[in-house]
Ligand binder design. Structure first.
Ligand code: KG4
Ligand code: ZN
Length: 340
C-alpha cells in the first residue's frame, strides 16, 4: 500500500511517500527555520503563509523523488494535530483536495504518534525486523516531552509528560539566553563540545514517583548563571563561560531524559525503547541512552527525527484512521490514555 504523507503542523512543510508502512520512497522537507530565525522562534501567522507558498512544490517533488504518479497513491495521510491550527489547516486542505480529485483515501494522523512510529521506517528495501513490543518511546521535540508505552500500533499509554517546557523548547530558550541562534538544539550541542566541565553542574528535576518531566527550573538556573557571569565579567571573548553553561545544561537534560526512559522501561518490563522527535538528533543523548539501556534502543534514521512527511505516511499505514472531508485541525490532540 502506497501512502503520501503531508506534514505542516509547525515550521516544516513536508511530504513523503512510504510503501507498506516501512519503506521510505521519498521525504521532502522545506524548512522555514531561516524565515523564523530573526524572530527567535516560530511566528504562527508567517508559518501558515509559508506553508501555502511551498506545499504544492513540496508534494510534486515528493512524488517525483518516489517515481510515483498520483494514480499509484492509495491514500493521502495528513497531520491533524497537535500543532498550530493555521499551519495544520494548510496541509489538511491540500490533502482533502488531493483525495477528492484522485479518489485516494483521506487518513488523519496524530503528529506525536507519527514521531513514535518513525522508528518503523527504513530508507532501504531490506528493512530489519520491526521493533519488539511493548516498547517505551521517549518523544522529545520542541512541543512535546512524553513517555509513551506502545503495546501495539494504535494502542498507547501515556506514562508521563512535561509539566512545563518541552525538552526542545528548553534547548531553544536556553540558547536564546546564551545569545545563540534558533533552533537551540544544534547550537547548544555544538557549543557543549568543551573538553572539561570545571565541575559546573545544574539541577535535575526528578519529580519522584512519577514519569513526568520539568525543565523550567533548569532554564531559570541558566538565566541566573548568565546574569552572574555578566556581573563578574566572565563573558570571555572566546565564549568559554557560555560553552560551559551549554555543556552543563545538556548534561542535565540528557541525564534526566535517560534516567526517566530507563525507569519507564524497567517499570513496564518493555522489550525495547525508542527516542524520537527533534531532540533525538542529539548525539550526547543517543550515546548516553545506548550505553545505559539494557534493551534494544531504536532511533529514527537520519532525516526522520525532526518533523517530516514520511513519518505521517508510515503512521497512517500502521493505524489507519479514515477522515471525513470536513475533518478539522485538532491543535491540542494528545496521544494515549494518561496512566493512573
Ligand atoms: O520534532 P521537531 O522537529 O518539531 C516539533 O515537533 O517540535 O523538534 C524541534 C526541536 C527544537 O526545539 C530543536 O531545538 C530540537 O528539536 N532539536 C535538538 C537538536 N536538533 C533539533 N535538540 C537537541 N539537540 C539537537 N541536535
Ligand atoms: Zn514534531
Amino acid at each position: 500500500m502506497r501512502i503520501l504523507g503531508i506534514e505542516t503542523s509547525c515550521d516544516e512543510t513536508s511530504a513523503g511517500v512510504v510503501d507498506d508502512g516501512r519503506q521510505v520512497r521519498s521525504n521532502v522537507v522545506a524548512s522555514q527555520i531561516p524565515v523564523h530565525r530573526r524572530f527567535g522562534g516560530v511566528v504562527p501567522e508567517i508559518a501558515s503563509r509559508q506553508h501555502v507558498m511551498t506545499i504544492t512544490g513540496v508534494i510534486r517533488q515528493a512524488l517525483a523523488d518516489a517515481g510515483s504518479s498520483w494514480r499509484e497513491v492509495d491514500a493521502v495521510a495528513v497531520t491533524v494535530g497537535p500543532g498550530l491550527s493555521g499551519s495544520l489547516l494548510v496541509g489538511i486542505n491540500f490533502a482533502k483536495g488531493a483525495a477528492l480529485a484522485t479518489g485516494a483515501k483521506l487518513l488523519a494522523v496524530n503528529h506525536i504518534e507519527a514521531h513514535v512510529l518513525s522508528v518503523w521506517l527504513s530508507s532501504v528495501a531490506s528493512a530489519g525486523p520491526a521493533p519488539d513490543l511493548p516498547l517505551v518511546a521517549l518523544v522529545a521535540s520542541g512541543g512535546h516531552t512524553e513517555l509513551i508505552l506502545v503495546d501495539a500500533p494504535g494502542e498507547y499509554r501515556r506514562l508521563g509528560q512535561t509539566r512545563d517546557d518541552a525538552a526542545g523548547e528548553a534547548y531553544d530558550k536556553v540558547a536564546r539566553l546564551l545569545g545563540m541562534e534558533y533552533p537551540g538544539g544544534p547550537a547548544i550541542e555544538e557549543a557543549a563540545r568543551v573538553t572539561d566541565s570545571e565541575g559546573l553542574s545544574l539541577p535535575r528535576a526528578w519529580l519522584p514517583g512519577t514519569h513526568d518531566f520539568s525543565f523550567s527550573g533548569l532554564k531559570t538556573a541558566v538565566a541566573r548563571l548568565v546574569r552572574e557571569g555578566e556581573a563578574n565579567g566572565d563573558a570571555e571573548p572566546d565564549g568559554r563561560h557560555k560553552r560551559l553553561i551549554a555543556q552543563a545544561f545538556q548534561q542535565s537534560v540528557v541525564d534526566v531524559l535517560c534516567t526517566k526512559l530507563l525507569a519507564a522501561v524497567e517499570e513496564t518490563g518493555a522489550c525495547s525503547a525508542a527516542i524520537v522527535g527533534g531532540v533525538a538528533n542529539n548525539s550526547a543523548l543517543r550515546e548516553a541512552a545506548t550505553q545505559r539501556l539494557n534493551v534494544p534502543l531504536h532511533l529514527p534514521e537520519p532525516g526522520l527525527s525532526s518533523d517530516n512527511g514520511a513519518m505521517i505516511a508510515g503512521a497512517a499505514y500502521w493505524n489507519p484512521v479514515e477522515a471525513p472531508l470536513n475533518v478539522e485541525p485538532q491543535p491540542s490532540l494528545q496521544l494515549g490514555e494518561a496512566s493512573a
